[in-house]
Design a protein around this ligand. Structure first.
Ligand code: NHW
Ligand code: EN5
Length: 388
């Protein structure tokens, strides 16, 4: 059934429920001298390239490939439209490897037709901190699908990750592969219900008119929490402490240090937004929330071409109730003209989605680890990890 995945060190469907297998690495590392030194073979018309994502030209080529060929919803109405600045942010975290930004070109025309990336991360699984590659942006041009190019791309990124002496990876996908360590539900909070209905992202509910729907999703003009403000550079140490302490309760979570927090959470216009609550009395940082910006192209609509979408990222509440904190972040997302705010049911997100009028989406997101077994699947609320 899975001719490729059956050959890989991932949990196999036949082993689901087998408690005799231990948690942890499936295969031991091999000596670096035994890692294949040459790239895997591609069909003859194609060649590997390492993408210099700093180059504006290369970044534009990657952007165009993804804009036209990356992930769509099940009815092909929307397609992810990661911005160039977002791609640069996602692909250049502290300690990144340029060799993990892998493209495939047509030899004759030099056209970019496929892409895959890795980015290094320390991820804690229970009480073990594991150095991993976060693999993302796997994309094969629509005209080259179903030719078994994806397995070659995955083997090549694996080889280049191994060359850096890293033996585990984490990735998410909308499709079921052998085998999810966790499965999450997408939730959506309408901010601009009229546009969402016009483009087919959502539907008018039964016995609902447009004006009642608009009223239902109305939000206050300004945030409610005293001391709520944008995160700044000098907040990095306090946010790191708050976040590390919060994430320690989850079974799988990133192990963020101050450099990681500066990279992943310091606001970057049209890429990532972060807010915190500074107590007006003690000036203590008590709460934190964030979202990233990932628009979707609207396919074949005469009136609209893009949907502005915010995705819930990391949120921490210690003093402000999470419900109030998230209502404030919805208000700022609305002020910034987002059409919809998305969240997965990870961490404590189930505690606010219904009350704040999110509705379940038609999409699921499956989380995977490569070469690391977790015997019992993790509940989504036990996941403290958000991948882009
Ligand atoms: S998930 C988004 C993936 N991208 C898209 O969906 C974009 C649109 N689709 C495409 O471009 C986020 C193509 O359909 C792709 C497949 C390229 C998806 N993950 O070439 P063939 C990520 O980027 C398996 C993994 O003929 P294709 C995460 C499939 O099960 N495997 O198909 C990426 C089959 O194998 P099987 C996937 O449609 C994580 C084989 O590919 C997959 O032309 C990557 C068919 O290949 C997916 N999303 O191209 C893994 N989709 O065994 C990283 C299909 O079933 C692992 N397949 O026969 C870790 C590596 C690092 C390790 C380090 C120690
Ligand atoms: C790796 N980092 O299916 C990423 N999105 O629900 C790969 N549905 O937007 C992950 N189909 O339900 C890929 N509207 C997995 C996600 C692929 C994209 C995807 C889903 C997630 C989505 C929307 C639009 C559906 C259009 C038709 C959806 C309903 C919203 C409604 C709002 C009002 C309250 C009720 C719900």
């Amino acid at each position: 059934r899975h001719k490729f995945w059956e050959t890989q060190p991932v949990g196999q469907f036949k082993d689901v429920g087998d408690s005799s297998l231990p948690d942890g690495p499936i295969e031991p590392p091999t000596p670096l001298s035994e890692v294949k030194q040459e790239p895997y073979n591609l069909p003859n018309l194609y060649e590997w390239i390492t993408c210099d994502i700093n180059s504006d030209g290369v970044c534009t080529e990657v952007y165009n490939l993804l804009t036209d060929n990356y992930v769509e919803d099940d009815e092909n109405m929307f397609r992810f439209n990661y911005s160039k600045e977002f791609l640069r942010w996602a692909l250049r975290p502290p300690g990144y490897f340029k060799s993990w930004h892998i493209g495939v070109r047509v030899k004759s025309s030099k056209k970019l037709v496929a892409f895959i990336t890795g980015a290094p991360a320390r991820i804690r699984v229970r009480d073990e901190i594991v150095l991993m590659a976060e693999v993302n942006f796997l994309c094969v041009h629509k005209k080259l699908r179903s030719k078994r190019l994806a397995p070659v791309m995955i083997k090549e990124v694996t080889r280049r990750v191994h060359l850096e002496n890293i033996w585990q990876a984490a990735y998410t996908a909308g499709v079921v592969l052998p085998t999810p360590m966790s499965t999450c539900q997408y939730w959506h909070r309408s901010l601009n219900p009229k546009k969402l209905i016009d483009v087919g992202f959502s539907r008018l509910g039964a016995r609902m008119t447009m004006s009642r729907t608009i009223k239902l999703f109305k939000l206050p003009d300004s945030t409610a929490t005293p001391g709520f403000r944008k995160m700044e550079l000098h907040d990095v140490p306090a946010v790191t402490r708050l976040l590390r302490n919060y994430l320690s309760q989850f079974i799988v979570a990133p192990d963020f240090d101050e450099n990681d927090v500066e990279h992943w959470l310091l606001p970057k216009e049209d890429v990532v937004d972060s807010f915190l609550v500074e107590s007006p009395e003690t000036h203590e940082i008590t709460d934190f929330c964030s979202f990233y910006t990932l628009p979707s192209s609207i396919l074949g609509n005469p009136n609209y071409s893009t949907l502005k979408v915010a995705y819930s990222y990391y949120n921490v509440s210690t003093k402000t109730p999470l419900l109030q904190l998230m209502n404030d972040v919805l208000i700022v997302a609305k002020q910034k003209d987002f059409d919809v705010f998305n969240a997965l049911d990870v961490m404590q997100n189930e505690t606010f989605v219904k009350e704040l009028k999110f509705g379940p989406g038609d999409g699921k997101l499956h989380y995977y680890l490569y070469n690391y077994r977790i015997k019992h699947a993790v509940r989504s609320s036990e996941l403290g990890l958000v991948l882009l």
